[in-house]
Design a protein around this ligand. Structure first.
Ligand code: B3K
Ligand code: ZN
Length: 879
């Protein structure tokens, strides 16, 4: 039961002992790897006067073979061991601890600690995996230099990697060999890494701004050597960007990336040896879509950026996780915005955020950016910690302005270099350089839930004034019934209804220009804008300047007006989304009431204007032509009616296609590319615009459009176009077209696991009623395995996002998911706990579905659960 006890932030204490240097030796073998450790241990200064203190180390699933203090073997009564710790009762102030343990990497299906993936050995230690490798104070505030010797078979494991620089290598008896690695930078155990396997590398170089020559290597299985160019190019761009933007330079002579097939997350920022899910590193025009190319670029950058925001300055404890993740996500978002299309990057990020993070905030697992307790930290690698954390850093950047923010960042990196820091340290640096009082702002870190702002505005013709009232409220979340008022920066403009131009604004007698930030700090505040020449439509929360829901009673004319005239590209897009939402809401109501559905002509006219107007940004246009997703629409409903949402959205899509068939067709034809594939912004924009247009035409199963989709599939020009065409065919009712295409695709790519993932996903996300049967059938496919997280996500995770089929009223979708969760609970608890998420959102649905979902949660609860799944299920079923 001890594993089920929560850890609390307020219980934090510095460790009794720290490790200054760690020497490791791995003698690798599939089911009996020997790990020999020598730790240089000393009493932590904070506990200098505390009298005798036992040494308590973490350790799980380790078979202890030997333990000695300063060379003296310990007697059985001098230490004690349970399933999570090893305690040495008496130790000197400073000493050497020697241990030897045996571990079983082949049996490690949780993919945490040292495990085997496609014959190679690799590690994943964040957050608490190192304790499955050796006995250690496995917490981020213990930072040591590491020296690691890896021993393996010369034939099967020719490549032996660890953190830092290789300093020695040689041959050993029995056809074995070794390599010794030294990492001179003190690091916590979660950043330790080891890789051993039959890998091939591509190599490049980067010279840092101070002239350090760095060798860059990407290690992959031989058949993937042709898929590394983009990751390498992305790495070099990221290194340069971090020098230019944050003044941060790389600090070792070698930087390595390794691709592995079995990985719980996207990638891991281990010092000098980043380990990647192969899906987050390998690309080729014929196997990866534009979106995959962009994802690889951003993840490569993200992990690289961690070298400063995470590794050089790390977290004091896991409650501070967002200190490294929120800041690093903000950094990778800025990098991608600078490298590609900034407005599209923002639209994509916000769209995902408002759909998925808002849903997390509204559900039973809602938690602050800095939680105050957890049972299993593995459950807190969430959209809240990552993405909301990044939004809060973005607000700080905007509050300070770039120059001061950069000064604050410099101060943070200089002052806390080599240390384990807290969120207060970070915000404190920002406050210190700017003189801003960020006391109220700090509530963003401790208060869970999405603030909702109700805005009302009125134009006083007689006085030429605009009165804006803002009210904020955050709904209670589990454990936090009462909410304080947050400091919410709202960037805005007033768009003149006659001129269509941003009006000059005056607040409290002060002229603030045409685009300003107002600060909402109270529950309710009034703002008066004087000397306005004409009646305005307000453009609020420009660029999504705060992670909030903002309601304003816009009429449809107002939204159509903003869609045309708002100078803020993000809000132009958002006006279109709001306009579509109003139409969708009417249609959802009509569907529920059995009334005939009628399409809002204002939406048709807005789309006509978009399709026929001039555009300088096709990528933004493609976003504007994309309707809110079913998941996003669901977020806006008090009770989610999956069928009505699906019907309404399909109706809007089809109505637009019938009304604007020629316009969509013209856009499709005008955006064909002959040039060889390149993942560059202009090509990506043209492809996304063309494929959005085709998706409308296929939605009405227009014969000509179907043959265009077929031709696009057959042309086999690049994966973006092929996948898009195959998805459209598969999601249509035309099995006569879909089946042969799926068969051909499946046969052609059966050797490529990452393409097969796409093949699985495309099939199980189709809206037709056979989706669930297809999942069951494909689970038996030879290329499917529950032990591979990518496959689980591609098949089961993708099916759970298929809203009409997952939420089938017979409960079969829920049953299938919980069956898989129960099995994965034993194999890979981290993935199991993630996969169960859709069931935890049961409160959002009608009563019949609520009962079905809860019954499945109860069925899972009856199992012998891992702490990961236990924590999520208990929250989901709490009263
Ligand atoms: N820091 C890793 C996350 C690892 C989590 C494992 N449970 C990836 C990243 O955010 O860069
Ligand atoms: Zn990260």
């Amino acid at each position: 039961m001890s594993a089920m006890q929560p850890t609390y932030l307020h219980d934090y204490q510095p460790p009794a002992y720290r490790v200054t240097h760690t020497e490791l030796k791995f003698d690798l073998s599939s089911s009996a790897t020997r790990v020999t450790a020598r730790l240089h241990v000393e009493r932590h200064p904070a506990h200098q006067d505390a009298g005798a203190l036992p040494l308590v180390l973490n350790g799980e699933q380790l078979t202890l073979k030997r333990i000695a203090v300063d060379g003296e073997e310990l007697e059985a009564d001098e230490y004690a061991q349970d399933d999570a710790t090893l305690t040495v009762h008496r130790v000197p102030e400073s000493f050497l601890l020697d241990t030897e343990v045996e571990i079983d990497p082949a049996a490690n299906t949780a993919l945490s600690g040292l495990y085997q993936s496609s014959g190679m050995f690799c590690t994943q230690c964040e957050a608490e995996g190192f304790r499955r490798i050796t006995f250690y104070p496995d917490r981020p505030d213990v930072m040591a230099t590491f020296s690691t010797t890896v021993i393996g078979d010369r034939a099967t494991l020719p490549v032996l990697l660890s953190n830092g620089n290789p300093v020695e290598s040689g041959e050993l008896p029995d056809d074995r060999h070794f390599v010794t690695w030294e990492d001179p930078h003190p690091k916590p155990s979660y950043l330790f890494a080891l890789v051993a396997g039959d890998l091939k590398k591509v190599e490049d170089r980067f010279t840092t701004q101070s002239g350090r020559d760095v060798t860059l290597q990407v290690w992959v299985e031989e058949e993937n050597l042709s898929k590394t160019d983009h990751a390498m190019a992305s790495l070099k761009r990221a290194m340069k960007w971090d020098e230019e933007t944050y003044g941060r330079e790389y600090d070792l002579d070698l930087f390595m990336i390794v691709a592995v097939n079995d990985f719980n997350m996207g990638a891991m920022e281990n010092k000098g040896l980043n380990i990647f899910n192969s899906a987050a590193v390998l690309t080729h025009p014929h196997t990866a879509t534009d979106a995959a190319f962009q994802r690889v670029e951003s993840i490569v950058a993200h992990e690289y950026f961690h070298n400063w925001s995470g590794n050089r300055v790390t977290c004091r404890d896991w409650f501070q996780l967002s200190l490294k993740e929120g800041f690093t996500v903000f950094r990778d978002q800025s990098f991608s915005a600078d490298t590609n299309s900034a407005p599209v990057k923002r639209i994509e990020d916000v769209s995902m955020f408002r759909t998925a993070q808002f849903a997390e905030d509204a559900g039973p697992t809602a938690h602050p950016i800095r939680p105050d307790h957890y049972i299993e930290i593995g459950n807190f690698y969430t959209l809240t910690i990552y993405e909301k954390g990044a939004e809060v850093v973005r607000m700080l950047r905007n509050l300070l302005g770039w120059e001061l923010f950069r000064r604050g960042s410099d101060l943070y990196f200089e002052r806390l270099d080599g240390q384990a820091a807290t969120i207060e340290d970070f915000v404190g640096c920002m406050s210190e350089v700017s003189g801003l009082d960020l006391t109220q702002f700090m509530h963003w870190y401790s208060q869970a839930g999405t603030p909702e702002i109700d805005a009302h505005g009125e134009y006083d013709y007689a006085k030429s004034e605009y009165h804006l009232t803002l009210r904020q409220r955050t709904a209670p979340t589990p454990g936090q019934p009462d909410k304080v008022a947050l400091h919410i920066p709202i960037r805005m403009g007033l768009v003149g209804t006659k001129s269509g131009q941003d009006l000059k604004m005056t607040v409290d007698g002060e002229s603030v220009g045409t685009d300003t930030v107002i600060h909402l700090r109270e529950y309710e505040q009034h703002f008066v804008f004087t000397d306005l020449a004409e009646a305005p439509v307000p453009s609020l929360l420009r660029g999504f300047s705060a992670p909030v829901k903002l309601r304003f009673p816009y009429g449809r004319e107002d939204l159509a007006f903003l869609l045309q005239h708002d100078s803020d590209g993000f809000n132009r897009w958002d006006a279109g989304q709001r306009l579509a939402m109003l139409a969708l809401e009417d249609l959802i109501a009509a569907h529920r009431n059995g009334v005939e559905k009628v399409m809002d002509v204002r939406v048709v006219e807005a789309f006509r204007t978009l399709l026929t107007g001039e555009t300088d940004d096709k990528a933004v246009l493609a976003e504007m032509l994309t309707l809110p997703s079913e998941a996003y629409i669901a977020e806006q409903q008090p009770v989610v009616d999956v069928d009505a949402i699906h019907a309404a959205r399909t109706f809007v899509k089809q109505s637009l296609a019938y009304a604007l068939r020629d316009e969509f067709m013209a856009v499709y034809r005008a955006n064909q590319l002959d040039a060889p594939y390149a993942p560059e912004p202009q090509q990506i924009a043209a492809r996304s615009l063309k494929n959005v247009a085709l998706s409308y035409l296929v939605a009405i199963e227009d014969e000509e459009a179907l043959s265009l989709a077929q031709a696009q599939f057959d042309a086999d020009h690049n994966m973006t176009d092929v996948r898009s065409a195959l998805t459209l065919l598969t999601h249509s009712s035309r099995n006569d077209l879909a089946d042969p295409a799926l068969r051909a695709f499946g046969e052609k790519w059966s050797h490529d696991p990452l393409v097969m993932d796409q093949w699985f996903s495309i099939q199980v996300t189709r809206p037709q009623a056979d989706a669930l049967d297809r999942v069951k059938f494909l689970m038996e496919h030879p290329k499917f395995s529950l032990k591979n997280p990518n496959k689980v996500r591609a098949l089961i995770g993708a099916f759970a996002s298929n809203r009409v089929n997952f939420h089938r009223i017979d409960g079969a979708g829920y049953r299938l998911l919980s069956d898989v969760v129960i099995e994965l609970n034993k194999l890979n608890p981290e993935i199991a706990a993630r996969l169960v998420t859709p069931l935890t959102r049961w409160q959002r649905f009608d009563e019949a579905r609520q009962e079905l979902m809860k019954a499945e949660l109860e069925r899972i609860r009856a199992e012998d659960l891992s702490p990961n799944v236990y924590e999520v299920i208990e929250k989901a079923l709490a009263d």
